[in-house]
Design a binder for this molecule. Structure first.
Ligand SMILES: [Zn+2]
Length: 274
């Protein structure tokens, strides 16, 4: 197991928790590892973990054939095309409400997926994904698989994106569950995590298998002639853990998640030897 981790400025802009919105665009170089979502939807891809967990969620609720992945990863060229086509077909007001500007779309991260209820005529920009039936069943289990409903009606003041019942974002576990529990949009969650800096009190959460520890590492570099062009890096000793994951927030720092295995669940009874 590694004894320390070194984070560089580019780490701020990659990982499951990156915030991509009107204020924070994709920062290049950005090379997500993409895979198709199952064999039936080879044209729709997501980052590897997100694709695997989406398939897992579908399997759990029996959603195959009933929910269709409509749009996943989009390269910049496709986002540009969609934006321009929508301007022509739907006008500016509609487009600004429902289509993100090129480089400001979560779809370019490979972590966002638009889902539609399977029927004959599926709208590509605004697929039906009602709050009932199999679609609602997906929502109920989404957080267990690391997904959040990203643009909720009650959060339009925070996200500045109209209500999109069909758009889900992979943020990973345990973050999706924490966001759901605390009723936070990604913008709010990223801001809240700054209350748990590496050098302060960390955030703890858990399930029956793991205790998870989360903390934030600021990576802002005060710009001055002395620091210009110097890649900022931070090296921290890695606390003892079973596994760890690092993600940038795409704003000003990185979030580290540690998993501590619970080898003796509190609920189990142990027999003393002899
Ligand atoms: Zn979408």
């Amino acid at each position: 197991m590694k004894k320390s981790i070194t984070l560089y400025q580019h780490n701020v802009h990659i990982g499951n928790l990156i915030l991509v919105n009107e204020d924070y665009p994709i920062v290049r170089p950005f090379h997500p590892q993409l895979v198709p979502i199952g064999s039936s939807y080879a044209a729709v891809s997501l980052q590897r973990n997100a694709a695997a967990l989406l398939s897992g969620a579908f399997h759990r609720i029996g959603a195959d054939e009933r929910i269709v992945p409509v749009s996943g990863f989009r390269p910049l060229s496709e986002q540009k095309q969609i934006y321009e086509d929508s301007l022509k077909e739907n006008g500016r007001a509609f487009t600004e409400q429902y289509v993100a500007l090129p480089d400001h779309s979560e779809h370019q991260t490979g972590l966002a997926i638009d889902l539609g209820e399977n029927k004959d005529d599926i709208d590509f920009i605004r697929p039906d994904f009602p709050y009932e039936g199999i679609c609602q069943e997906f929502r109920k289990h989404a957080a267990d698989y690391g997904f959040i409903e990203r643009y909720q009606e009650k959060k339009t003041d925070v996200t500045h994106i109209a209500h999109e019942p069909w758009h889900f974002r992979y943020v990973g576990c345990p973050h999706a569950a924490l966001m759901a529990e605390r009723d936070m949009a990604l913008e709010e969650y990223i801001a809240w995590l700054k209350h748990f800096p590496y050098e302060g009190e960390h955030l703890f959460t858990g399930n029956d298998r793991y205790e998870m520890e989360i903390f934030y590492i600021p990576m802002t570099v005060p710009s001055s002639p002395q620091t210009a062009g110097i890649p900022r890096s931070v090296r921290i000793p890695l606390p003892k853990c079973t596994a760890y994951q690092v993600s940038g927030n795409n704003v000003d720092g990185c979030i580290v998640t540690l998993w501590h295995g619970r080898y003796a669940p509190a609920s189990s009874t142990r027999r003393r030897a002899g």
